[in-house]
Every structure is written in structure tokens, then in C-alpha cells.
Design a protein around this ligand. Structure first.
Ligand code: SIN
Length: 286
């Protein structure tokens, strides 16, 4: 297998890189894979265009990184239980992932990353925003960094995927999100984690799944969490990716947030997502 010379271009000053000169449908040479992995770690999210992968090729690319972390709540692509469908039909109003979040932060061992492949996209709209949680952390004051490094936060799915959660209340989301009875877990993670591969400190709370700081009430947690969410969502920490059919994005769930814009009512958008397993979050050491 020959190594392909690939091109890696930074996408925005905050995060992201566009990679060209590679066909992800083909098995990747070790050297090519290593270059893609380094770009993923350096930039937090990597983008490819014109990747018209079959579900089997999408799965083979994902397995190259880590075993697959099957999402318990998304309806799978028919015939492919390991691929989650992210769908919005022309007549639907609710989209999936329409707020800043990081996938699977509610798991004891959060996912490494998610590989999203655009199957069908509107002519305009339906972009995805990404934000860099290492840069957001580094921009905080030394005093707040010190406070945050001593804290843990509780993450859950109940209020999102549970029987009384946001998707259950949205009248048109029901057939796309299921298994509400499984939305019972509550886990605690450090508020600042050290990225297992880059060693960078990263802010690890998000407005979708984080409930409160451990040992604090919801009311006590709310002002500081609100500040962190506003701070980390600042435009200079983020980028906006415009999809084409066959575009593929692979983001690092330990280092970034993402937000699927819901500005394309009346049009269909269909994406296939595979999430790959991460490693346990180590206790924070200075
Ligand atoms: C997601 O939150 O995983 C979906 C992102 C998107 O559809 O752009």
C-alpha cells in the first residue's frame, strides 16, 4: 500500500483543517493514517470533501481509529446498527444536535470522536459550528482556571433523551430519537481535563449534558456554567463548516464542541454518524 501525499490546510485560526488528496474509501497506508491522526489532534476537527463512502467503507474508516461506540438513543441507519442517522425531513422543525454540545460526555468513558458523513444537504443552511475548548480554557484568568481545576461536574442524558426530555417533548422528534428508558445514567467528570493525546488542558462542560458542579446545587452552579458557556462560544474560538454531499467531518469530542444549525426548514438534511470509543478520563494533575 503506497502512502498518498495529502494536503492539510488550516480551516480557521481557531480550529479545523481541510484534508485533500485522499480517498477514505480505500485502505489507508500507515504513513497517511499517521498524518491524518496528527491533523486531528492538532486541529480538533478535520474536514474532507467528495467522500462518497458506502456504509461499509464509513465503518472501516471508523474502525481504523478505535472500536465503535454505538449511540443508544439515535435511530440507526436501516441495516447498520453502528451508524446513527442524523435526519431532518422537509416538514420537520426539530433538528438533532441544535445546541452547543460534545457527544457522549454523559458516558463514564466519553467517546474519542464522531465521524459525520453528509448524505443529503440543503442548497444552503444546515452548517455545523465547532468550538475549541482548549483555546477557550487557555483564555480564562489564572484565578478562574485554578478554581475550575478543583471542580468536577455531573453530566446526564435524562433531560435530553429521557421520557420527559427535550426530544420527547418535541412533537416531531419521536421517530428519530428512541430508547428513552435508557437515559438514566449520571456521571461525574473533571471540569478541566488533560487531553490524553495532546496533553493540552481542555474545558469539559457543555450546555446540553452538564447539569451542575459536583457538591453544588443547580442554582449555585448556574451562574458559573452560564459564564463558561458564553465565554467558550465566543466567535474567535469557533469555526463554521458548510457541507456538500460527500463531505465528512471527524471531530475530537475531548477537545471541541459542535452545534448543528437549524436554519433550513422546508428542506431535507441526512447525515450518517459513527462515534468511536475514547479512553477513561484520568484525574486532573497540575
Ligand atoms: C451531531 O450533533 O452529532 C450532529 C451534527 C450535525 O448534524 O451537524
Amino acid at each position: 500500500m503506497n502512502a498518498t501525499p495529502i494536503n492539510i490546510s488550516p480551516f480557521s485560526p481557531a480550529l479545523g483543517a481541510v484534508i485533500s488528496g485522499v480517498d477514505l474509501a480505500q485502505p489507508l497506508a500507515e504513513e497517511t493514517f499517521a498524518a491524518i491522526r496528527q491533523a486531528f489532534l492538532d486541529h480538533g476537527v478535520i474536514f474532507f470533501h467528495d467522500q462518497h463512502l458506502s456504509p461499509e467503507q464509513h465503518l472501516a474508516f471508523a474502525r481504523r481509529w478505535a472500536p465503535i461506540d454505538i449511540n443508544r438513543f439515535f435511530k440507526p441507519v436501516p441495516g447498520y446498527p453502528e451508524i446513527a442517522e442524523v435526519r431532518k425531513e422537509a416538514e420537520q422543525k426539530t433538528n438533532i444536535g441544535g445546541g452547543w454540545h460534545t457527544d457522549h460526555s454523559y458516558d463514564e468513558v466519553p467517546a474519542m470522536g464522531s465521524i459525520l458523513l453528509a448524505r443529503e444537504v440543503p442548497d444552503s443552511g444546515g452548517d455545523t459550528l465547532f468550538a475549541n475548548m482548549s483555546t477557550a480554557y487557555e483564555a480564562l484568568s489564572p484565578g478562574l482556571k485554578k478554581t475550575l481545576e478543583g471542580l468536577r461536574a455531573i453530566h446526564s442524558t435524562r433531560h435530553v433523551f429521557g421520557p420527559q426530555g427535550g426530544y420527547a417533548k418535541a412533537t416531531d422528534a419521536g421517530e428519530r430519537i428512541g430508547n428513552a428508558a435508557a437515559a438514566v445514567q449520571e456521571v461525574s467528570h473533571p471540569v478541566v481535563i488533560r487531553h490524553p493525546d495532546t496533553g493540552r488542558k481542555t474545558l469539559y462542560v457543555n450546555s446540553a449534558f452538564t447539569l451542575q458542579f459536583e457538591g453544588w446545587t443547580v442554582a449555585e452552579s448556574e451562574p458559573l456554567l452560564r459564564f463558561l458557556y458564553q465565554h467558550a462560544a465566543r466567535p474567535e474560538f469557533s469555526c463554521r463548516f458548510q457541507w456538500r454531499q460527500g463531505s465528512l467531518a471527524f471531530w475530537d469530542n475531548r477537545a471541541t464542541w459542535h452545534y448543528a444549525l437549524n436554519d433550513y426548514h422546508g428542506h431535507r438534511r441526512l447525515m450518517h454518524r459513527i462515534t468511536v470509543q475514547g479512553s477513561p478520563i484520568p484525574p486532573m494533575a497540575a
